[in-house]
Design a protein around this ligand. Structure first.
Ligand SMILES: [Fe+2]
Length: 108
């Protein structure tokens, strides 16, 4: 699956960024969700094709895997929305506040 390689490389590049740790966490979650969405598309198509071919056992296994991928995606969404995204936003705000203080001649 070559698409995975591109997604993993994208996530790897993100880790090279000199960014706030909370912002990186939010980015890592988004990168992981990109992988989950890629998998969901693949397993969904494979499940449908298995159904069309009358391969019911394969279709059932692919359906189970598809469900697990969707659950992983939902878990990542919950983690991002319940805490990580808000911390990332605050981290950015704290950085801006620090810059303003420095510009006014404040101490760090
Ligand atoms: Fe997955």
């Amino acid at each position: 699956m070559r698409g995975h390689e591109g997604l993993l490389e994208e996530g790897s590049e993100l880790l090279q960024e000199n960014a706030d740790a909370d912002v990186l966490d939010a980015g890592i979650i988004a990168a992981a969700q990109s992988v989950e969405h890629y998998e969901i598309a693949g397993y969904g198509a494979a499940r449908t094709w298995a159904e069309m071919l009358g391969e019911n056992d394969a279709a059932n296994m692919l359906e189970q895997t598809l469900k697990e991928e969707k659950e992983a995606d939902e878990t990542l969404t919950q983690i991002a929305e319940s805490s990580v995204n808000a911390r990332a936003e605050q981290g950015d705000g704290a950085q801006k506040q620090k810059q303003k203080t420095t510009m006014r001649g404040g101490t760090e």
